[in-house]
Design a binder for this molecule. Structure first.
Ligand SMILES: [Zn+2]
Length: 290
């Protein structure tokens, strides 16, 4: 069957850049059947933000791109903001560790304000660098990560985690970190998940799966919550570094061809999981992009 009418088709994690394709990539997503994007902020400048003001400008750029995509393509866009956890590795040598940690904390606080003002729907990406870091930065990274959980708890929003690839034990470790600060593991999302993790195995932490063909097929019978994402980077210098933004709707169409119960399977990542984790009720926009 074709893509079910009225079903939202959601990429749960992507980036768009003013110096990349931007709206053109969103048009490709829309043409393939996509309806909703979760747009994570990123560092758009050649250097990492070294002041709170630079983080504010970064978040505002994300907001502007979200608005342009909405206005020009009809795709619904939700912004996700936070200081990128890897920024600390770059700012610590320049600012000193104490000041670098303080900047991350304040940028997280700012992200929390954005959520409360409904300018963003979640905190992300937060977490830990996916590569080895100097010993003296381990504790600062954990301090900042802990603060991210606290801010998400206060803002009452999901937390989107960046880290190295995690096995089920890694998911459970995130769940216990969440509980330590009184934050529900069910609102912690591990973005860029590359292997299947069941709900019980992961102790409630929600995988956002990279939309590789075989992985999508494997997880499509799982009850959820789980999401699909491309982590599209919109970086012309690195074409093919990640999946194209049209991938999630294409995978959804492939599932619709393959399974009689595709609509029920697709409702898990695109409707039920969004509702459970984000408390957002999505509906597909009326057909016919402006
Ligand atoms: Zn990302």
């Amino acid at each position: 069957m074709p893509l079910p009418r009225g079903l939202p088709i959601v990429d749960h994690h992507c980036h768009l850049s003013p110096s990349g394709e931007g709206v053109a990539a969103a048009r490709r997503f829309r043409s393939a059947g996509g309806t909703h994007l979760f747009l994570a902020t990123q560092n758009y400048a050649s250097t990492v933000p070294a002041t709170l003001e630079e983080y504010r400008e970064q978040f505002e750029t994300t907001e502007r791109i979200a608005r342009e995509v909405r206005d020009l393509t009809g795709v619904v866009v939700f912004a996700v903001v936070a200081p990128y956890p890897i920024d600390l590795v770059h700012t610590a040598p320049r600012l000193g560790i104490g000041a670098a940690v303080e900047l991350q904390r304040r940028a997280l606080d700012l992200a929390g304000v954005w959520v409360r003002e409904r300018r963003a729907v979640a905190l992300g990406e937060v977490g830990r660098p996916h590569f080895p870091i100097p010993d003296e930065l381990r504790e600062p990274v954990e301090t900042v990560f802990r603060h991210a959980f606290e801010v998400a708890r206060e803002a009452d929003c999901p937390l989107v985690v960046h880290s190295s690839d995690l096995d089920p034990a890694g998911f459970r470790e995130l769940a216990s970190r969440a509980r330590e600060v009184g934050f529900p593991p069910e609102r912690v999302v591990k973005h860029y998940a590359r292997s299947r993790v069941g709900r019980a195995e992961g102790d409630g932490v929600v995988p956002s799966y990279l939309a590789r063909r075989e992985l999508v097929r494997d997880v499509s019978s799982d009850p959820g919550p789980w999401f699909l994402e491309t982590d599209f980077l919109d970086d012309p210098a690195r074409p093919g570094a990640v999946l194209d933004l049209a991938t999630v709707p294409r995978r959804a169409a492939a599932l619709a061809q393959r399974f009689d119960d595709a609509e029920a399977r697709l409702a898990v990542p695109f409707v039920e999981s969004v509702e459970r984790v984000y408390r957002l009720r999505l509906e597909a926009p009326a057909t016919g992009a402006p």
